[in-house]
Design a protein around this ligand. Structure first.
Ligand SMILES: [Zn+2]
Ligand SMILES: [Zn+2]
Length: 340
C-alpha cells in the first residue's frame, strides 16, 4: 500500500501503542483489565444473589454518562496527542538515561576504584537490576508527582490530569507536555543513577528483563492494576497490601474532590514511597462515594484551549505575582482549588 510518509508514521505509532505487548496501552493489557473488572463485578452480583448477565455487566462497565462525557472525549484527544505528537515512549528528555548511567558509573570508579567482577550468575544480576530500576522508576514518579502537587507553578500543568470528571484508562494520557517533559528528565536521573550503581555493584552490565523495552515488573502492573486505576470500578488493597501497592481505589482517591484526599497516593504502582513519606491514604474495603475533578470546573475544561494553552497563562500569572508584586511565598501556596 502506498501511504504517504505522514500517514505511515501515524499508523506506525498507533500500531506500536496498541500492539506492542509491553506498551502502556496495549490492547492485550486493556483486555486483561476489562476481564478483571468484569469478573469483579460478576462476583459482587453473585454475592448479592443477583442474576449475572453479560449485558447488564457491560452496561455497568460502560455507562453512557462516562462513555459520552466531555471529559472522556478530552481524554481521547490527549491520547492521540501523546501518541502522535510526543510519543508514548519518554524519549524527549533533555537528560539521557545512558548519559546519567555512565556518569554515575564513572563517578563510582573514580571514588572507589575499578569495578570488581562478582560471581553472580547472569539471571540473578538481571533480576536484581530489574527490581532496582523498577524501584527507581517508582521513586522518580513519586517525586515528580509530589512536586507537581506542592509547587503551585507545576500544579498548573498537572491540574490538566485532575480536571477529568470521569476516569477511563485513557485518562492516563491526559497529561500536559510540560508535566511529561519534567517527568522524563527526573526519570532519566533516577533510572540512570540506579543503573550506574547497579552495574558497579554487580560487577557486570546486566540488562533488565523487559517487554517491548518496558521493565517487566512495570508491564505486569500495567496489565493487572494501572488501567483499573482510571476506572470507576472500586478494587481496594487494604492492610499491609495497601501499604505496599497502589490499588485502583488508591488512585481514585487521588482524583477525589474531597479535601481530605488532596495530595495523597502519589505513587504509580507502589504505595511504599507514599507510606515512607507520609502521603499514603489506604482506601477502605467498601467503596467511598467519590466525585472526581477540581472545583470549580473551568469554563474551557475538556478543550485543547483550556487544557493545553491555558496552563501557560496561569503559570505566567503566578510568576508575575511572584516577581512583580513580590508576593510572599505563602500567598502562592494558596488553596489549589482557588488557583484558577
Ligand atoms: Zn496528581
Ligand atoms: Zn490519574
Amino acid at each position: 500500500m502506498d501511504l504517504s510518509p505522514g500517514i505511515s508514521y501515524l499508523f506506525d505509532r498507533l500500531g506500536k501503542a496498541l500492539l506492542a505487548p509491553g506498551s502502556q496501552v496495549s490492547l492485550a493489557s486493556l483486555f486483561t483489565a476489562l476481564l478483571i473488572a468484569f469478573l469483579v463485578l460478576a462476583k459482587r452480583r453473585y454475592r448479592k444473589g443477583r442474576r449475572i448477565r453479560a449485558r447488564s455487566l457491560l452496561r455497568a462497565l460502560f455507562p453512557r454518562r462516562i462513555v459520552l462525557s466531555r471529559s472522556s472525549f478530552a481524554d481521547l484527544s490527549y491520547f492521540y496527542f501523546n501518541v502522535f505528537v510526543f510519543g508514548i515512549v519518554l524519549g524527549w528528555a533533555v537528560l539521557s538515561y545512558d548519559m546519567v548511567s555512565g556518569a554515575a558509573f564513572d563517578l563510582l570508579v573514580a571514588a572507589f576504584g575499578p569495578v570488581k567482577p562478582t560471581p553472580l550468575p547472569l539471571f540473578v544480576a538481571r533480576s536484581i537490576i530489574t527490581v532496582m530500576l523498577f524501584l527507581a522508576y517508582e521513586l522518580g514518579y513519586w517525586l515528580n508527582h509530589y512536586l507537581s502537587h506542592r509547587i503551585p507553578l507545576l500544579w498548573e500543568f498537572h491540574k490538566v490530569h485532575h480536571t477529568a470528571t470521569v476516569l477511563t484508562p485513557l485518562t492516563n494520557f491526559r497529561v500536559h507536555p510540560v508535566y511529561m517533559f519534567i517527568f522524563s528528565n527526573i526519570l532519566a536521573i533516577f533510572i540512570g543513577v540506579a543503573n550506574g550503581v547497579g552495574d558497579y555493584l554487580l560487577g557486570q552490565s546486566a540488562p533488565q528483563y523487559a517487554l517491548s523495552e518496558t521493565n517487566i515488573i512495570l508491564v505486569i502492573f500495567v496489565y493487572f492494576v494501572v488501567h483499573l486505576q482510571h476506572s470507576q470500578v472500586w478494587i481496594s488493597f487494604t492492610g499491609w497490601l495497601g501499604h505496599l501497592f497502589m490499588s485502583p481505589a488508591h488512585h481514585q482517591i487521588h482524583h477525589s474532590r474531597n479535601p481530605t484526599h488532596f495530595d495523597k497516593n502519589l505513587g504509580s504502582c507502589l504505595a511504599l514511597w507514599d507510606w515512607m513519606f507520609g502521603t499514603l491514604y489506604v482506601p477502605a474495603r467498601q467503596s467511598e462515594k467519590l466525585e472526581f475533578g477540581v472545583e470549580p470546573d473551568r469554563e474551557h475544561a475538556h478543550t485543547i484551549r483550556g487544557e493545553l494553552f491555558a496552563p501557560f497563562g496561569r503559570a505566567a500569572a503566578l510568576l508575575k505575582k511572584c516577581f512583580v508584586r513580590r508576593a510572599a511565598p505563602a500567598e502562592l501556596a494558596a488553596d489549589r482549588n482557588r488557583a484558577y
